[in-house]
Structure formats: structure tokens, C-alpha cells
Design a binder for this molecule. Structure first.
Ligand SMILES: [Zn+2]
Length: 366
């Protein structure tokens, strides 16, 4: 018996020591197969460990202590309106917008799409924090076309799209992801360029969201009005992009129907025979929002952070960057694996028991 225990201890140590290398730990069971006795000891006394080992083999190995992922931390969904001079409550200057991108980049934030956020498809590199960009109202300064000195029409380098694309080209590890919430009529102005602009956004991998056809206030809207406002906008987008599905909504003025019975039409409805389904509904205020894996995450009520230079009543983007730096708010740190949700043990209770299609991994900090 003593001998068995000794061999078991050695075998266990070998497994433990090589646990960080999938390749090596995969070879161990083959080697022990020769010695049936040892295998039985391991099977009998360590069944649970083996099962865990199998699960872990499917998980991307990272240095948990160095990276300290926390995928139940919070994520900022940034809200922009105008990109123009001068700086104001609803305006960011081009220079300041560039600086926002630079600061986010240096602080380890990396853009993801709103859809990837709300569906929990987070592929952000290990150790980095996802951030979501949103622009409301389809202002021309979000996407402007200008004629250059050679007489060619080009994207205005001082418009939001121009700045985002330029930053992404200089920093390819800062994905080009943003959602533009537009209204009916002539999104981004310049009627002759609407088709080009909507195609450009989607071709570049960015998104178009619903901000209602007439930028209406939903407070007293009827079921018919809500469905018409959302459906008409979708119809307009589909005239330019027949295959594109608009499935995100930013509430104008952050308004919702007073009659709570009608709120379901914000999520789902029908207009002139076409159905719509919004998988993310965005509020106007005011702080970083929950991880999509948090058990209380609500995709129908995602709060946004106002992107602003000066601190706005303590709830501007730079206030939250400070709070996330200091740890007064919990920052999402990716483990780099979309199918594994990694959290420190002490935060495990913020996740549901199980998450469909994902492996939950916990760890304890040294
Ligand atoms: Zn608006």
C-alpha cells in the first residue's frame, strides 16, 4: 500500500508540474497505461481531478496570476453625438476624440461590437478590456465626405468615421468596431452619399443601429407608433442594404413608454409585414454596465457612459476610467478565450450556475 501511495504521489506531482503544458500532460496518461495498477489508483482516488483535467485541456492556457482575468467585471458602452468644434455637452472635438482613442488604447481597452457585447462573444485579447463605441443621431460630422485638392471625394479625416479608420490603420490591434444609431431622412447628411456611407460602415465591419425614424420620445407613444418608428427605419436601411439586419436600438432621449405593457414593442414587433427583434437596447445614462455574463445583465436596458473631456457631474468617461483604474469599479479583464469565462473565485457568485456553450473557470489569486 505504501508503494502505491508513493507512486501515486509521484504521478500526481508529474501531472501537476506539467499541467501548464497541454502537450506534455496529454502524454502522461499514455505512459501510465503500461502500469495498470498505477492507473487504477489514479482512477479510484482521483476521478474528479481527471475530469477537471479533461475540461481544462479544452481551455486556452494563460498565466492567470499575471493576467488576472475577470470576466464578470464592467464594460463601458461609450456614447458620442457630434464630433465637431467647439467642445460641448453633446460635442466632442476631433482632437479630443483622437485623444480618447489614444488614452483608451494605452490603458488597455480594445473595441468590440455592441452585438458581440450583448451576445457575450468576447474575443478580446487576454489581459485587455473590451469597450463599445456608439454614435447617436447620424450627424454629418460622424461621417462626412469632402473633396480633396485632387478633386477626389474622400472620407473627411476629421469626422468620426475618418478618425476611427485612421486610428485603426495605425493601431491594427485596436479593432474597427462602432455602432451608428441613425434616424430616417438623410442619415449623415449629403443625400447623394447615403448609400455609399451605409455600405461603407457595414463593409468595414461596423454597424448601423435604430434610433427611430423621427427621433421620437417614446414616453406617450402607442403600440402602433413604436412599431412604425422602428420598422420604418429598418425599411429605409434595407433599401440600401437588403441583407442587413438592424437589431440594436438606442432610445431617443433615453425615453421608454410610460405604459410598461408597451415596452415589449421596443424589443419585438412588426411593421408592414416585416418583423424586427432588438437584441440590445441602450439607455442614455450614465455608468459602466455589467458583464454580459453577470447573472443580472439585461440586454434591454444597457447603460452608457457619456464620452466627454471634462468631468461631467462625476459621470463622464474620464471619471469612470479613473474609477476602473482605482478599482472602485470592477474592470472587465478578458481571458482571451470567447468560450471560457474566467473569474476570481470570490466573484463566482455573480455568474449564473451555468452559461450555455461556455466553460466557467475560477481561480484564486496568490
Ligand atoms: Zn438622439
Amino acid at each position: 500500500m505504501k508503494k502505491y501511495i508513493f507512486v501515486f504521489v509521484i504521478a500526481f506531482m508529474a501531472l501537476t508540474l506539467t499541467a501548464c503544458s497541454t502537450e506534455v500532460s496529454n502524454q502522461i496518461p499514455e505512459e501510465i497505461e503500461d502500469t495498470k495498477e498505477i492507473e487504477e489508483v489514479i482512477k479510484d482516488e482521483n476521478e474528479a481531478n481527471e475530469e477537471n483535467q479533461e475540461k481544462e485541456d479544452q481551455v486556452k492556457e494563460i498565466d492567470l496570476q499575471a493576467i488576472q482575468p475577470n470576466e464578470v467585471g464592467e464594460i463601458m458602452v461609450l456614447m458620442y453625438h457630434h464630433v465637431r468644434e467647439p467642445e460641448g455637452e453633446w460635442s466632442r472635438t476631433p482632437e479630443n476624440f483622437r485623444r480618447d482613442l489614444q488614452v483608451l488604447y494605452e490603458k488597455g481597452y480594445r473595441p468590440i461590437s455592441l452585438v458581440d457585447y450583448t451576445t457575450g462573444n468576447i474575443t478580446t485579447e487576454a489581459g485587455y478590456t473590451p469597450v463599445v463605441f456608439t454614435f447617436d443621431d447620424g450627424n454629418q460630422n460622424n461621417f462626412n465626405m469632402i473633396e480633396n485638392d485632387e478633386g477626389e471625394w474622400v472620407v473627411d479625416p476629421d469626422s468620426a468615421v475618418g478618425i476611427l479608420v485612421d486610428f485603426h490603420e495605425k493601431h491594427p490591434d485596436f479593432p474597427l468596431e462602432a455602432t451608428f444609431f441613425i434616424n430616417g431622412g438623410t442619415p449623415f447628411g449629403q443625400a447623394e452619399w447615403v448609400e455609399y456611407k451605409l455600405n461603407y460602415i457595414v463593409d468595414k465591419g461596423m454597424d448601423i443601429g435604430n434610433h427611430t425614424y423621427n427621433h421620437i420620445n417614446f414616453t406617450n407613444a402607442t403600440a402602433e407608433e413604436i412599431q412604425a418608428q422602428l420598422g420604418r427605419l429598418n425599411q429605409m436601411v434595407n433599401r440600401y442594404l437588403p441583407d442587413y439586419e438592424v437589431n440594436t436600438l438606442a432610445l431617443p432621449f433615453g425615453s421608454k413608454p410610460k405604459d410598461t405593457e408597451l415596452r415589449r414593442y421596443l424589443v419585438e414587433g412588426e411593421y408592414e409585414g416585416e418583423r424586427y427583434h432588438n437584441i440590445a437596447i441602450l439607455e442614455v445614462g450614465w455608468d459602466p454596465y455589467r458583464s454580459p455574463f453577470h447573472k443580472d445583465f439585461n440586454g434591454n436596458s444597457i447603460r452608457r457612459v457619456r464620452a466627454s473631456e471634462t468631468k461631467v457631474d462625476g459621470v463622464g468617461m474620464y471619471d469612470w476610467l479613473d474609477a476602473l483604474d482605482r478599482g472602485t469599479r470592477l474592470r472587465y479583464i478578458s481571458d482571451g478565450d470567447a468560450n471560457t469565462i474566467t473569474v476570481p473565485e470570490e466573484y463566482r457568485d455573480r455568474l449564473p450556475e451555468e452559461i450555455d456553450g461556455k466553460t466557467i473557470r475560477t481561480y484564486t489569486l496568490d
